[in-house]
Design a protein around this ligand. Structure first.
Ligand code: IVH
Length: 676
């Protein structure tokens, strides 16, 4: 028994410490998932030993303590927290619990996004905003009225002729992702601290002593719950209350849906999780509420949470782990990029052991040190990054990092040019890391797209001395790989085919693969269309290049300088000798101005065309092909599996969306093929 008592006490003090860090200091040192595990352990021990539960145990409390910076405000109704679910089974079990209590399933659900921000309570008296408060411990919050008044989506006065005497609403103040990026950019430029994530930034912005600072932070609110209404209408469902709040001038989330069955709820959860990176703000789950208010009343509350609502949590995208080392990589341009070597953690659905740190300034601004506990983020397809240290977890033994003076790969000096963010290795193509990245870029999807030519193959070819530059890829004896580990007859022949196919890529692709600064796909196509191929481009002067429509002076200079470098001239000559196409064959007999003045975006694959072929076909007719939809886009052409965000953007801007058939007609007849 004595052991259990100590264990429970130990757990309680840990939980209290983390609650304080999270709610009062805005500086958590463990992830939400880790915290949930601690609390769950404590709950289990207390359930097994109910005689040991004390009234001050954190399990008996609704929320967190109130800080000293702001005056306390007592909420008119306590703000409960929500029970959590993280699987479909738990949602089904929730419905079954309610069914047992009601004798039937609840009538209807409301499903909403769980916004990852800061919970607030707004109180209106006779239609005028009276107070705004943080959630605090659920009973008493902090008076942050002055700060909340600066948020433009918080109504200061309710719409409608006869407002209720008292209206209390709850919502989540959050920082849109774009505002978060702008803020961190401004903070970095001013040499100020960078925020780890939009939630921390929102919390920090709302708890400012000076409201004029809050006002610059571009915060917004989604209102999600009616707390209390006195001297106003009555309602039958949560959905009705939300309609009322919307009519009163509050911003309510458009992703909310009224649903009939738990199966529909499960479907909503799946859709919300899939689309979680498309909203422009951060969500950490879905909140499901029983819609009918009489059902809500019948179900009631436990000590901590309503029985009629539950929060489904998405798997976490941020975790805390140990930063074991900071190393650098030399990229194809010689840029030295620091990266973090981490104690591997499971985050955002994958185990992460390495994460980017961008550049030396970022390391300094984020103040991450070797030995730190750091927050690691991996969201969607985004590459894992270290967002910041958990400064309060420091022991004093952490080591500050600075950019090494010499390159760990080639021993040459690393220098940083005044005014540039990047440091560069001065070893040129002596540097094995640079050569490796150069080859990788050349063969990659964005370059010559040579299948089976990833890092693994490149490393082997370099080690065996079979290649030293991109042109060697087309001449080395692929058969020499036969018999190496993983290189059977089939792999050798696959690679041979992939290399042969790459010789005939559109010249613009080769130009992109060569990795000239600022020359991406669109610029490369413009240049090739004008000059017809590399020989003419490489003998053109800077002035001649700058005269090409769509090419600015910076790009012209970059291309001319690149072309003048004997290393590059030799390389291109060698590529030509190896049989790589350097001059474009011009398709004859197409009207060069059929699509003049029009701009298209191709999304997905149009039958009968590769993406480049579709873009080239547009350009041969005088049109422009770009990668992103804007107000200047004439039409979005969608093939199979188009990008959701492009389609959405086109819809928002009212830009015509046409299919592959219309595209083919466009190529024959011109703009008259577009819908009126
Ligand atoms: S309803 C009684 N709805 O999640 C109902 N909460 O513990 C109380 N949250 O910190 C909450 N989005 O601020 C509700 N659509 C939503 C929400 C939401 C985010 C937050 C809330 C609180 C936590 C729930």
């Amino acid at each position: 028994m004595a052991d259990i008592t100590t264990e429970i006490e130990e757990l309680r003090s840990q939980v209290n410490e983390h609650l304080y860090r999270y709610h009062v200091l805005d500086d958590p040192i463990i992830s939400d998932a880790q915290f949930d595990a601690l609390i769950a352990d404590l709950r289990r021990l207390e359930e097994e030993n109910p005689e040991l539960i004390t009234p001050d145990s954190p399990t008996q409390r609704v929320g967190a303590p109130v800080g000293a910076l702001f005056a306390p405000i007592r909420h008119l109704r306590p703000m409960f927290s929500l029970d959590n679910a993280d699987s479909a089974e738990m949602l089904v079990a929730w419905e079954q619990r309610m069914e047992r209590q009601l004798g039937r399933a609840p009538v209807g659900y409301a499903a909403e996004l769980k916004i990852d921000g800061l919970a607030v309570v707004l109180t209106y008296r006779n239609g005028v905003l009276d107070t705004g408060a943080t959630r605090g411990d659920g009973v008493t919050g902090e008076d942050i009225t002055a700060n909340l008044r600066t948020i433009k989506s918080v109504p200061l006065r309710l719409l409608g002729a006869s407002p209720p005497e008292i209206l209390e609403v709850r919502g989540e103040v959050y920082m849109p992702e774009s505002a978060f990026e702008d803020l961190n950019k401004r903070q970095a430029e001013a040499g100020e601290r960078i925020f780890a994530n939009p939630r921390n930034a929102a919390a920090g912005s709302v708890r400012q002593k000076d409201p004029t600072v809050t006002a610059t932070r571009n915060l917004a609110i989604w209102v999600y719950q009616l707390g209390l209404v006195e001297g106003g209408p009555s309602f039958a469902s949560h959905t009705e209350t939300m309609q009322y709040l919307r009519d009163s001038g509050f911003r309510t989330n458009p992703a909310s849906e009224q649903l009939d069955t738990i199966d529909e709820v499960l479907d909503y959860v799946a859709r919300a999780e899939k689309g979680r990176h498309e909203t422009g703000y951060q969500t950490d789950g879905v909140v499901i509420k029983v819609d009918t208010l009489t059902d809500q009343v019948a179900l009631g509350f436990t000590a901590k949470a309503p029985r009629w609502a539950i929060a489904y949590k998405f798997p976490p995208e941020e975790q805390v782990t140990m930063l074991k080392d900071i190393q650098i990589n030399i990229g194809r341009t010689g840029a030295a990029t620091p990266f973090a070597v981490l104690e591997p953690v499971f985050v955002g659905g994958a185990t992460v052991g390495l994460a980017t740190l961008h550049n030396a300034d970022q390391v300094a601004l984020k103040d991450v040190r070797v030995g730190d506990q750091v927050i690691v983020r991996r969201a969607g397809d985004v590459i894992p990054e270290v967002v910041g240290p958990v400064a309060s977890a420091r022991t004093g033994r952490e080591k500050k990092w600075s950019m090494p003076k010499t390159c760990p790969f080639c021993g040459n000096k690393i220098v940083r040019i005044e005014g540039e963010a990047v440091s560069r290795c001065t070893g040129g193509f002596e540097c094995p890391s640079r050569v490796r990245e150069w080859l990788f870029h050349f063969a990659s999807r964005g370059g010559m797209d040579i299948e089976h030519m990833g890092y693994k193959t490149i490393d082997l070819l370099l080690k065996e001395g079979l290649i030293t530059d991109p042109a060697d890829i087309f001449t080395f004896d692929v058969g020499a790989l036969r018999g190496r580990e993983g290189w059977g007859e089939i792999s050798v022949s696959n690679l041979e085919h992939a290399i042969t196919a790459a010789k005939d890529r559109p010249v613009a692709r080769l130009l992109t693969a060569l990795g000239i600064r600022h020359v991406g796909g669109t610029i490369a196509r413009t240049l090739v269309r004008h000059f017809g191929g590399l020989p003419a481009l490489m003998t053109a002067s800077e002035e001649e290049i700058a005269q090409v429509d769509g090419i600015g002076p910076t790009i012209a200079r970059g291309v001319a300088e690149w072309s003048a470098d004997p290393v590059n001239r030799d390389l291109v000559a060698k590529l030509g000798k190896a049989g790589v196409r350097l001059v474009e064959e011009i398709e004859l007999g197409v009207a060069g101005d059929l699509l003049a003045g029009a701009t298209f975006v191709v999304s997905g694959t149009v039958e009968g065309f590769t993406r480049e072929e579709a873009q080239a076909a547009i350009e041969q007719r005088g049109g422009k092909a770009t990668g992103s939809v804007s107000s200047k886009t004439t039409a979005l052409i969608v093939g199979d599996s188009p990008g959701a965000s492009k389609t959405r953007r086109a819809e928002e801007l009212g830009i015509p969306i046409v299919d592959g058939e219309t595209f083919k007609r466009l190529l024959e007849k011109g703009l008259s093929a577009l819908p009126a």
